[in-house]
Design a protein. Structure first.
Length: 84
């Protein structure tokens, strides 16, 4: 599936980071999928002990014993809106 992704991490303090994650689907994909998962591992940063995850679509969860963020996009995208 053609996907363009971007993420940015900003260190707020030695134990606090801000994460921006954006993905964009290719226009040919359109509304052809029901589920997409994006996994972002942070094994080099240690265990994520707390979080305040917010997203514009789908839901977030922690996986791999708190060392990865999993973004579940489980709904069809509205026509013409291919960016989340």
């Amino acid at each position: 599936m053609p996907i363009r992704g971007f993420y940015q991490i900003k260190e707020m303090s030695p134990v606090e980071f801000r994460l921006l994650l954006q993905i964009q689907f290719h226009p040919l994909v359109g509304n052809t999928f029901w589920n997409c998962q994006v996994r972002l591992p942070f094994h080099h940063r240690g265990v994520i002990k707390s979080h305040d995850l917010k997203c514009t679509g789908g839901s977030f969860s922690l996986t791999d014993h708190g060392q990865s963020v999993l973004w579940n996009l489980n709904v069809r995208r509205p026509r013409g809106n291919l960016e989340t």
